[in-house]
Design a protein around this ligand. Structure first.
Ligand code: GRF
Length: 196
């Protein structure tokens, strides 16, 4: 299977996925895509000799369909079978998510269905939660809402700041996402639960 990974930032999840796609893994990275030209993940992929595509969303000025049309045409050359969103900070319309239904997954830093959207760690702390974590799910038109493929839990500790919690969750993201992609690429959509 050929995997495209979309990112907007440092790409630590992309790096975890790429580093796991070796040996008998049923997938290999075919392109790293970003909406941000100087995203750390793009430089890292280039240095590794992995194809990259940068599609800046700003020239499209909120015309999401036009941005996605450009994304799709730039993607076509790499012929991905699966898209992994990994810290990709642009909402995708139903036009794009429908076209990739069943072939696009995302990692979100909360135990969905709780805390969809942003600032998940601060919200979990604010709520006084004792358990938090991350989720890999299939991407649908509704934000952070598709079928759940995997979850990993972490404890919330006394005195945790949002940053402490984010760091603890990120460690689990780097375990969970590669484990789920291995299964997903092999056609296994059963729920994976990891406990740290
Ligand atoms: C991570 O918390 C991930 O859950 C979210 O984006 C953050 C940054 O990810 N989707 P990365 O380091 O760029 O992979």
């Amino acid at each position: 299977k050929r995997v495209a990974i979309f990112l907007s930032g440092g790409g630590s999840n992309m790096r975890a996925l790429v580093e796991d796609m070796t040996g008998d893994h049923p997938a290999r990275p075919c392109v790293i895509v970003s909406n941000v030209a100087d995203a750390g993940g793009i430089a890292w992929a280039k240095a590794r000799g992995i194809a990259t595509e940068v599609v800046d969303h700003k020239p499209f000025q909120g015309d999401r369909a036009a941005f996605e049309a450009e994304l799709s045409s730039r993607l076509a050359a790499h012929a991905p079978d699966i898209i992994c969103l990994a810290g990709f900070m642009r909402k995708l319309t139903a036009g794009f998510t429908d076209a990739w239904a069943g072939r696009m997954i995302n990692i979100h830093p909360s135990l969905l269905p709780f805390y969809k959207g942003l600032h998940t760690h601060a919200r979990a702390l604010e709520a006084g939660d004792k358990v938090h974590g991350c989720t890999v799910h299939e991407v649908t038109a509704a934000l952070d809402d598709g079928p759940i493929l995997g979850q990993a839990r972490v404890p919330v500790l006394a005195g945790d700041t949002a940053d402490d919690l984010a760091k603890r969750v990120l460690v689990q993201e780097h375990r969970l996402y590669p484990a789920v992609l291995r299964r997903f690429a092999a056609g296994d959509r059963s729920l994976l639960t990891l406990d740290s």
